[in-house]
Design a protein around this ligand. Structure first.
Ligand SMILES: Nc1ncnc2c1ncn2[C@@H]1O[C@H](COP(=O)(O)OP(=O)(O)OP(=O)(O)O)[C@@H](O)[C@H]1O
Ligand SMILES: O=P(O)(O)OC[C@@]1(O)O[C@H](CO)[C@@H](O)[C@@H]1O
Length: 322
């Protein structure tokens, strides 16, 4: 299967570590790092680490494209980003002793002609042997129904489409006649779509079932440290793995998406899709930036994932439960 990721609003992630974040106080940074990011870029980076050939589409500001170019060169990601005038946004991630706080910028306004030129190139790439991952927010200048329209164009060419976004672009993509094949909301995104609180796995299962009824094949709801819920057809299961170390939670959802893609391209059944994507997500938590540990480490994590289905708990791949 040919794989592509799409990032209309990539970001350079600037991660600042402080001892303890207190609003209104002066803080000393303990560490600062920058990496090329944005959801689609993170997915491509983790797929490349796993050894899957991936093509990255999207829009890149010409003024600060170097870190993206370096990432693509280092990981042999095929760079099909359209260069546009100006700079790609810089998002702030503040890590303290308890949590990560994200401050995401809107991004510079993009030109409708550039958006359509890139959309047409993505459409040219699409075919019945392809899986295309549409990730992240849309920058100002992009129509909010961009994903809805693109999904229809890509699916018409026979491509499978995975969508991971939020807010109005998610709403519009899910209310169109042609929904994506796969969606990965987190609890907040699912609640926003449903217009009702979604706090527990039971709530998530009830609400996510409505997405299946709308024609989505696979719904994965990520729930942070509580793991993730996987729904397809008549099967619903949860997968969870305790993280040994958490260096950065930024991009854990993107790593999970990369794991989903890897599992789907191997034709795995739902329990193994859940195991592999959870292992990708938890493996990434131990590393800074959108990176996976080696294949053996990910496989070892996969064997430790606890899968629970309809109230019943199965052992993980290596016979372990947590
Ligand atoms: N603290 C944690 N402990 C164990 N697993 C975690 C933890 N945080 C995240 N995960 C794993 O990573 C997956 C994705 O995390 P999360 O739900 O935070 O995604 P997200 O909100 O899409 O994140 P992002 O937008 O930063 O990519 C979870 O479903 C879970 O499997
Ligand atoms: O503003 P968006 O597009 O919703 O999210 C952007 C972002 O938070 O997503 C990634 C983590 O998932 C980061 O690399 C990036 O900064």
């Amino acid at each position: 299967m040919r794989i592509a990721t799409v990032s209309f609003n990539p970001a350079i992630d600037q991660t600042i570590t402080v001892d303890h974040l207190t609003p209104g106080e002066v803080h000393r940074a303990r560490a600062v790092r920058q990496n090329a990011g944005g959801k689609g870029v993170n997915v491509a980076s983790c797929l490349a680490d796993w050894g899957i050939a991936v093509t990255a589409f999207g829009l890149l500001g010409r003024d600060n494209a170097e870190s993206f170019q370096a990432l693509c060169a280092e990981k042999q990601i095929v760079d099909r980003f359209l260069r546009i005038p100006g700079a790609t946004r810089v998002n702030l991630k503040i890590v303290d002793d308890r949590d990560t706080t994200d401050i995401n910028m809107d991004g510079a306004t993009v030109d409708a002609v550039a958006v359509e030129r890139q959309s047409a190139q993505i459409e040219d790439f699409a075919g019945s042997d392809s899986l295309i991952v549409l990730s992240g927010s849309l920058p100002p200048g992009c129509p909010p129904d961009l994903y809805a329209g693109l999904i229809a164009r890509l699916r018409k060419k026979g491509a499978r489409v995975l969508l991971d976004t939020s807010g109005t672009p998610l709403m519009l993509a899910l209310q169109g006649d042609t929904p994506p094949d796969i969606v990965k909301p987190n609890l907040r995104e699912l609640a926003d779509w449903a217009g009702e609180p979604v706090a527990t796995a039971d709530d998530a299962q009830r609400v996510a079932a409505r997405l299946l009824a709308r024609g989505v094949d696979l719904v994965v709801v990520s729930m942070g440290a509580d793991g993730a819920l996987f729904l397809s057809g008549t099967t619903a299961l949860t997968a969870r793995l305790r993280a040994e170390s958490v260096t950065s939670t930024v991009g854990a959802g993107d790593s999970m998406v990369a794991g989903l893609v890897a599992a789907l391209s191997d034709g795995l059944a739902l329990p193994d899709i859940a195991r592999l994507s959870t292992a990708f997500a938890v493996g990434k938590l131990g590393l800074a930036g959108p990176n996976l540990p080696g294949r053996d480490a990910v496989r070892a994590l996969m064997g430790k994932v606890t899968i629970a289905t309809a109230g019943r708990t199965e052992a993980g791949g290596a016979g372990e439960t947590t």
